[in-house]
Ligand binder design. Structure first.
Ligand code: ADP
Ligand code: MG
Length: 209
């Protein structure tokens, strides 16, 4: 599996398609335990990121992800804007000057993104945030010899759904305490869409080679 500029563009574009499709659903999730802006915020920001990167002829991955990160920071807002911004800024640093990378290098870049997320948000697994999807997914990817698409999809979905059982300890939902139990975390849901999009890009790569 090689991951280059074309794959990175497809990843963000697929993520955007899913976010636009699920905008109302993400809004509903955030209405239940937050302020209801997650769907709109993400829909606006990720669309802007696609608009920004689509016409540019990038020579390497670092500058592409930097544009995505900067756009998300500028356009998403809320808690998730800086958090998703951090994801792509960290990946940008890890992939600076790389035209294309193999699966292992990509996973290490995403592991740097997770470290950045945790440093920024100070959340841990179990706090009912996007970290509840990110950490087990990165662990899975790191421990697999080759990226297992089905597993990537099923683990990210399962972990997203499991946030329903948890009481929020970080972010706006934490104000609800136990009343946050019974609802899926919106940021975990959007992170699932991010990894589902990545799985689709990997699947295309496999069918080509
Ligand atoms: P806001 O809460 O400012 O309205 P959003 O609605 O855009 O922001 O995003 C909410 C999501 O952000 C949550 O569902 C959660 O996944 C994530 N989140 C909030 N705070 C943190 C944190 N400290 N660490 C990790 N993720 C967080
Ligand atoms: Mg919100």
């Amino acid at each position: 599996m090689t991951f280059g500029v074309e794959q990175a563009k497809r990843w963000i574009s697929k993520f955007n398609d899913k976010i636009q499709e699920q905008k109302e659903y993400l809004t509903e999730l955030d209405q239940a335990i937050g302020d209801g802006d997650h769907g709109l915020n993400m829909a606006r920001g990720v669309q802007e990121a696609v608009n920004k990167i689509t016409p540019v002829d990038y020579g390497e991955l670092g500058s592409l992800f930097k544009d995505v990160g900067m756009t998300l920071i500028a356009k998403v807002g809320g808690a998730s804007g800086p958090l998703y911004g951090t994801v792509f800024m960290k990946a940008s640093l890890a992939l600076k000057d790389k035209k294309e990378v193999d699966g292992k290098e990509l996973v290490e870049a995403l592991a740097a993104s997770l470290d950045g997320l945790k440093a920024r948000g100070k959340a841990q697994v179990g706090d009912k945030t996007m970290i509840d999807v990110w950490e087990p997914v990165i662990e899975l990817l790191r421990n697999s010899q080759a990226i297992q698409l089905e597993q990537l999809l099923s683990v990210s979905k399962e972990k997203m759904e499991y946030t329903k059982e948890l009481e929020a300890k970080k972010g706006r939902a934490a104000y609800l305490g136990k009343r946050s139990i019974g609802h899926i975390d919106p940021g975990a849901a959007s992170s699932y869409l991010l990894f589902a999009s990545l799985a689709e890009v990997f699947a295309e790569g496999e069918s080509v080679s």
